[in-house]
Design a binder for this molecule. Structure first.
Ligand SMILES: Cc1cc2nc3c(=O)[nH]c(=O)nc-3n(C[C@H](O)[C@H](O)[C@H](O)COP(=O)(O)O)c2cc1C
Length: 151
């Protein structure tokens, strides 16, 4: 059984809707052999990261950057996980009100530092998530699960 770790900071219904869509896609019955484990960014540990085979990361955009919660997650797992998680796959989703550029750049820099491998570009939603946005989140979850499991 492969483990997919979903790390998220969820301060509002918009981000919550995205998290639920990503989790639903990651848990689809069409893909077997993947267990999805969810952790709030402020509670996730380096052991959670080491024990997982791939990662889904979700955050609002705050002050032109990732949320402090997801930044804190990366700050504390970075060195303990640096050597053992090289080339592990990840996917990300971000929500902002108008501009996610700085958060996208930060995520790319951090995950490049960790040598994680993006399965696709981040899903970025501004404003209230619509049907197509939530479908993109569902697909992100399913693509990540397919990367680890048996289709
Ligand atoms: C302190 C703070 C800073 C924020 N900074 C940004 C920002 O730089 N860019 C942006 O697009 N949205 C920004 N936002 C909006 C949040 O990303 C948004 O509130 C969050 O994703 C939740 O969405 P919702 O408020 O529509 O439910 C900020 C929100 C807060 C509370």
């Amino acid at each position: 059984m492969k483990r997919l770790l979903l790390v998220h900071h969820t301060p509002s219904p918009s981000v919550q809707a995205m998290v639920e869509a990503v989790r639903a896609g990651a848990s689809t019955d069409e893909i077997r052999g993947v267990e999805v484990v969810s952790r709030a960014a402020l509670a996730a540990t380096s052991v959670d990261v080491l024990e997982a085979d791939g990662y889904l990361l979700g955050s609002p955009v705050n002050l032109g950057y990732l949320s402090g919660a997801l930044k804190h997650f990366f700050d504390q797992i970075y060195y303990p996980c640096l050597e053992e998680t090289v080339r592990r796959p990840f996917g990300a989703f971000l929500h902002g009100n108008n501009d996610a550029t700085g958060a996208v750049r930060a995520l790319e820099a951090i995950t490049t530092g960790l040598s994680w491998k993006a399965v696709q570009p981040p899903v970025v939603v501004t404003g209230e998530p619509g049907k197509a946005d939530l479908e993109a989140c569902w697909e992100l979850g399913a693509i990540m699960a397919a990367e680890l499991g048996d289709v």
